[in-house]
Design a protein around this ligand. Structure first.
Ligand code: IPM
Ligand code: MN
Length: 364
């Protein structure tokens, strides 16, 4: 009997519904072709619902989401809602409540895609960031006193426990062993680089660094270990991206360096990520990492490839490797041979046409 996956779809705000529709189109095509079933349920969490009801992501919805095999998200963010409300109330709440403690962000330049880096091609830009997704300044406590006065004090602490660090490192080492450059036939060794700031954040990244070497020495002697400060990491992303294989880092640094990563792989039109709970029974969420792009909303011009790549990552995490691979191959075919640019309105195709291109290729 065909395997059935229960997928929660959260199209969200702005261009989210447009790109999600194309990702769903491709997902359904892949299900047909590779003989599995995708049982989709759509949820309306986002800015419009918040404006209507004052609700972001109710606790009951979190309980509902636990019953799914995976979640596919479009975009969260609304021009009429002040920053922080939807991000914290929906996106971060989902990540924390479902304990999606890994944020996996591949940075891969597909053929035909323009990168702002001079003299760099697909062979050079091909690495993955494993961003810790459950701690750091995102969940540390804090507050302000004497607000609005010249003496205002603001504190927001970065917090990590050994447990959080170890489980993230374990995922990253395992990932490097399975999907590092050697494992993929792209080099002599599988490398895991820790990106930190051990010269200033001595407590936090001191912990990361000790845990990194202890685990690496004891359990992953086959994985080459490297260390980069975060500021230097941004420099090398631009100058020598080919040095990187798998990178592991904390939540905040990971947030920042993956936006830079998205730019060097061709922009938000193509960048996808997975918020992963790798534990058994864990529910993971996959999303294009760009925002809701209000100015392109409803125009059928936004690039759906990032959302399609998110669906591809979702299928890989569900164990549908053949389907995931077919989608990635179709995306690479489209970037190499079809799309004029990845930028909204400049692709040479509409949003729906790009979805059709990929779906047709997957079905072949
Ligand atoms: C991301 C986003 C989020 C983050 C925001 C919207 C809370 O920038 O997914 O990278 O900081 O994690
Ligand atoms: Mn971000």
């Amino acid at each position: 009997m065909a395997k059935t996956y229960k997928i929660a779809v959260v199209p969200g705000d702005g261009t989210g519904p447009e790109v999600t529709a194309e990702a769903v189109k491709v997902l359904k095509t892949a299900a047909n072709k590779f003989k599995f079933k995708a049982d989709l349920t759509t949820f309306d969490f986002g800015g419009e619902r918040y404006k209507r009801t004052g609700e972001t992501l109710p606790d009951s919805a979190v309980q509902d989401l636990r019953k799914f095999d995976a979640i596919l998200l479009g975009a969260i963010g609304h021009p009429d809602v002040p920053p922080g409300i939807l991000e914290k109330g929906i996106l971060l709440k989902m990540r924390f409540e479902l304990d999606q403690y890994i944020n996996l962000r591949p940075v891969k330049l597909y053929p035909g895609v323009e990168t702002p880096l001079k003299n760099k091609g697909p062979h050079d830009i091909d690495f993955v960031v494993v961003r810790e997704n459950s701690g750091d300044a995102y969940t540390g406590t804090g507050g302000v006193t004497m607000k609005g006065t010249p003496n205002e004090v603001a504190v927001q602490s970065a917090v990590y426990t050994r447990f959080q660090v170890d489980r993230c490192l374990k995922y990253a080492f395992e990932y490097a062993r399975k999907f590092g450059k050697k494992a993929r036939g792209r080099g002599e060794k599988n490398t895991l680089a820790l990106c930190g700031k051990t010269n200033v954040l001595t407590y936090i990244y001191g912990l990361w660094e000790r845990a990194f070497h202890e685990m690496g020495q004891a359990q992953y002697p086959d994985i080459t270990r490297e260390y980069y400060h975060v500021d230097a990491t941004t420099m090398w992303f631009v100058k020598n991206p080919e040095w990187f294989d798998v990178i592991v880092t904390g939540n905040l640094f990971g947030d920042i360096i993956t936006d830079l990563g998205a730019m060097i792989q061709g922009g938000m039109g193509i960048a996808a990520g997975g918020n992963i709970n790798p534990d058994s029974g864990g529910v993971s969420m996959f999303e294009p990492i760009g925002g809701s792009a209000p100015k392109y909303t409803g125009k059928n011009v936004i690039n759906p490839l990032a959302a399609i790549c998110a669906a591809q990552m979702m299928l890989a995490s569900l164990g549908q490797d053949k389907a995931a691979n077919a989608i990635e191959q179709a995306v690479m075919w489209a970037t190499a041979n079809k799309l004029k640019s990845l930028a909204a309105g400049k692709m040479g195709y509409s949003t729906t046409e790009v979805g059709d291109l990929i779906a047709t290729k997957v079905a072949e």
